[in-house]
Write a protein that binds this ligand. Structure first.
Ligand code: CMC
Length: 436
């Protein structure tokens, strides 16, 4: 048993009041106990032993990680130790991607090398376009994205060698490189526009904007404010530790599935309105509210528990989401170029009310990353169906870093939670004529 600085034992004593037996559990990392240490607590040697019951993993650490650190109480987010505010202010998305994937900020040469690698892998096999052509004209872009990422696994069967670090790195580069291409292709299909191929002399975000918005053969020059805004949004979305989709990525990857199939699963987890689909849900909500005079009735329905204020609340943040503050500032810069999104006033009013009303204050409900991002995307010309896709493109970096960390972690195994079975006990089969 270790000792703390005060000489007290670094352990937790548990007394089982059913039989008076006492147990001593090690405390790790300040305030963690191993769930497996509970297993020794049993009445009878034949018993299974005690388990922790934690639906939705609200209080269970599933891993040790060195990637992203969140202090939800103080509204702090850091990638590899660097505050998100500094990264959003001073770095590029590819620089942050390198940091998240490799653990350190790149030198000039390392960044040039990584940029070259990513640029070199932006093209996809032409058959991906045939796959996309099979979708209906009004198919949701996220459905197309998930399918095309899963399809990539069939083009790179060697990606199954998940324990080969060199092989892993090639797949990581391919995915970071191809996600904007796939996203742009899905958008062009959705809009009925011809596909635009990557132009590798352009920077990551500029290339993405070019593939999305270029019409005809004229050279496309992205507006530098919009290009930088997209880069900032990508930086802010790059990772967020063990959320629903990252956990999906780790769980799927733990059975040694290839990274394309695992990432398709992570994207499916992201798609839901409580996670990365919230940005789309916010825009639909603001549109439905429509004008300032409808806000009081809308807020009453939220307080009656009939619906949620989308873009508010977070499992981890119990203070203002630091990403939301940066996005709000970025929104003002974007609107100077695009003109103000008319829904901004509704959003600002909702925030003002929510920050002052008991219902929201008592529950620590603050704007999260999704509250203002959709307003920017819409002002830039994206349809709402693209919003979750715009979340998935940068989050690919985080998913891959977390997947890699999981594979290199010797404590990890195939993920497999337990259950508390509450169904009927053993009973005999009843033939059809004797039922009912
Ligand atoms: N509007 C109204 N009430 C809310 C909201 C909301 N957006 N979020 C939580 N609550 C209430 C909830 O009803 C509950 O109240 P009570 O204690 O009276 O039952 C209390 O706050 C705690 O909520 P919870 O559902 O137990 O909290 P959670 O940690 O399980 O859920 C959340 C977190 C993000 C799913 C939730 O806050 C939510 O549904 N927010 C809206 C969707 C959203 O914006 N999602 C994006 C999250 S940030 C991007 C990302 O990383 O995914």
């Amino acid at each position: 048993m270790g000792e703390s600085g005060t000489g007290a034992r670094n352990s937790l004593s548990i007394r089982d009041n059913r039989n008076g037996k006492e147990y001593e559990l090690d405390i790790l990392d300040g305030e963690v106990v191993r769930a497996m240490d509970l297993r020794q607590i049993r009445l009878d040697p034949d018993d299974f032993g005690m388990m922790a019951y934690d639906p939705a993993y609200t209080n269970t650490a599933s891993t040790r990680s060195r990637i992203t650190d969140i202090d939800g109480g103080r509204g702090i987010l850091r990638y590899r130790g660097f505050p998100i505010e500094q990264l959003a202010d001073r770095s590029s998305f590819l620089e942050v991607a390198y940091l998240i994937l490799k653990g350190e900020l790149p030198t000039e040469d390392e960044l040039a090398g990584f940029t070259h690698e990513v640029t070199f892998h932006t093209y996809t096999h032409e058959n991906i376009l045939k796959l996309l052509d099979g979708f209906r004209y009004d198919a949701h872009t996220m459905g197309m994205m998930i399918s095309s990422v899963a399809a990539l696994s069939t083009f790179y069967p060697e990606a199954k060698q998940v324990h080969d670090p060199e092989n892993r790195w090639i797949q990581i580069v391919r995915l970071v490189a191809k996600m904007p291409t796939l996203a742009a292709f899905c958008y062009r299909h959705h809009r009925g526009l011809p596909y635009v191929y990557p132009e590798n002399q352009l920077a990551y975000s500029a290339n993405f904007l070019n593939m999305l918005f270029r019409i005809g053969v004229t050279e496309y020059e992205p507006n530098p404010v919009l290009e930088r805004a997209l880069d900032i949004l990508f930086i802010l979305h790059a990772d967020h530790e063990q959320n629903c989709s990252t956990t999906a990525m780790r769980v799927i990857g733990s059975s040694q599935t290839d990274p394309y199939s695992s990432l398709a699963g992570a994207m499916a987890a992201l798609y839901g309105p409580l996670h990365g689909g919230a940005n789309e849900a916010v825009l639909r909500m603001l549109t439905e509210i429509g004008s300032l005079e409808n806000i009081p009735e809308f807020m009453e329905s939220v307080k009656r528990g009939e619906r949620r204020l989308m873009g508010f609340g977070h499992r981890v943040y119990k203070a203002y989401d630091p990403r939301a503050s940066i996005i709000k500032q970025t929104a003002h810069e974007v609107f100077q170029v695009t003109g103000k999104n008319p829904l901004l006033d509704i959003a600002l009013e909702l925030e003002k009310i929510a920050l002052n009303e008991d219902y929201f204050v008592a529950r620590n409900l603050y704007p999260n990353v999704d509250f203002y991002s959709g307003l920017i995307y819409q002002a830039m010309g994206f349809p709402v169906e693209m919003f979750p896709v715009l979340f998935a493109v940068p989050r690919t970096v985080g998913w891959l870093a977390q997947w890699q960390e999981m594979l290199e972690d010797r404590e990890q195994k195939i993920a497999r939670p337990r259950q508390v079975y509450e169904g009927s006990g053993e009973r005999d089969y009843v033939s059809m004529d004797a039922r009912g």
